[in-house]
Design a protein around this ligand. Sequence first.
Ligand SMILES: Cc1cc2nc3c(=O)[nH]c(=O)nc-3n(C[C@H](O)[C@H](O)[C@H](O)COP(=O)(O)OP(=O)(O)OC[C@H]3O[C@@H](n4cnc5c(N)ncnc54)[C@H](O)[C@@H]3O)c2cc1C
Length: 289
Amino acid sequence: MVLTFLQPATIAEACFLLAKHGQQAKILAGGTDLLVDMRNGHIKPQVLIDLTRVQELGEIAESEGAISIGSTVTFADLALSKLIQTKLPVLAQAAKVVGSPQIRNRGTIGGNIANASPAADVVPVLVALEGVAVVAKAGGVKEVPLEELITGPYRTALACDELISGVKVKVPQPGTGMSFAKVGRRNSLAISRLNGVCLLKSEGRIIRRVRLVLGSATPTPARFKKVEEYLVGENASAEVFREAGKIAAEYVQQVTGRRASSAYKLPVVENLTTRLLQEAWEKGGSVNE
Ligand SMILES: Cc1cc2nc3c(=O)[nH]c(=O)nc-3n(C[C@H](O)[C@H](O)[C@H](O)COP(=O)(O)OP(=O)(O)OC[C@H]3O[C@@H](n4cnc5c(N)ncnc54)[C@H](O)[C@@H]3O)c2cc1C
């Protein structure tokens, strides 16, 4: 049974409460993961610290080539934000395919990161955008790359007195093509069997920079660096993108080992990667320099 429900008004107050209640407390944002876990009896916090009244956590702002997104920004906020639609269209796309309208209205970006599900839809996009979590605790703030913050399926490096106050991502360089796709059992209210995001920048046909992340493919969201390294310097072509797809599938098998789902998943990884690269290439304004 929850004994205490607290609603801080500032980040400093939330951090103070976390420090005070330690292991007994859980942060509540949208509740779309936490309340399910509580109802199933998986966790039994004594204290809930609700972040929804902390106004500074609900903001999206751009400054010096980066966009900061507060941790209680919801999927609906992301999908509707003109700034996100214009500068980070793949993030708006990913937010739009999360759950149902009810989940998108409640679920937050901070919750998606902290829950650390391998099937999260928004997190792979944030990793491709070289996202850094802003982690606050009483008396200090630090920035942690998301690839380091998420340490395993449903595990993070957050201490019990720390909260994510937001995430900062780089705005991709002009001319960067971006693509996102989600594969689920059905079109809406589906957990990703696989999702993926690609950012690709070229000069003429020569590929200069790639960021590729597939979600629900590896235990933690991470850039597919083998694929990225193979592509840089290559001439963009259907053949090169198909080869990159094969490298992605080999990489997933190397990381996860052969599993019952491999017969389905590996060809989907290959095809999805090929498609993401092709789409990103077509969307990018290749620059002749
Ligand atoms: C029906 C349904 C469908 C769903 N579909 C999808 C989907 O398609 N794609 C997808 O990615 N997810 C999906 N989800 C999962 C969920 O909606 C997301 O993971 C969501 O982002 C969680 O955010 P929240 O604000 O609801 O987090 P909460 O449930 O409030 O919290 C989740 C966890 O994160 C911690 N936490 C929350 N905020 C912070 C913070 N700022 N700092 C530190 N810790 C924090 C909490 O203590 C808790 O442990 C679905 C869930 C449901 C119930």
